[in-house]
Design a protein around this ligand. Sequence first.
Ligand SMILES: [Zn+2]
Length: 127
Amino acid sequence: MSQKVPSIISSIVSCKCPRCREGKVFPHSAFNLFGFSKTNDHCPNCGLKFEHETGFFWGAMYISYAFGTIIMIVFGVLAINLDWSFAKIAAVLVPTMLLITPFSYRYSRILLLYLLSPNRHFDKKYV
Ligand SMILES: [Zn+2]
């Protein structure tokens, strides 16, 4: 009997644990305004401690900064090509940045866990 193992891409997109790809990293939905930033201390499935040292998730701030920078560059190029006024740019960009904040927050932590964390690799024995 073989159990289908989730792909790394689907695990990243669905914010699952990097070791078992089953447990949720975040207990609440990204659309939960007051709970989107809560991160589980341990994986509810395999027990992996997500923040393995104090301040570990500070590194996610740099990834989040990169997300914001990419969006600003895309908007800048669009604004220049579409000849938008500053007011129009601000009217579009500010709500967009506010709306993506929960996703930027979460995916920067997920990418940090998956890509930049040693000893956080997938292990079949936890599936
Ligand atoms: Zn896990």
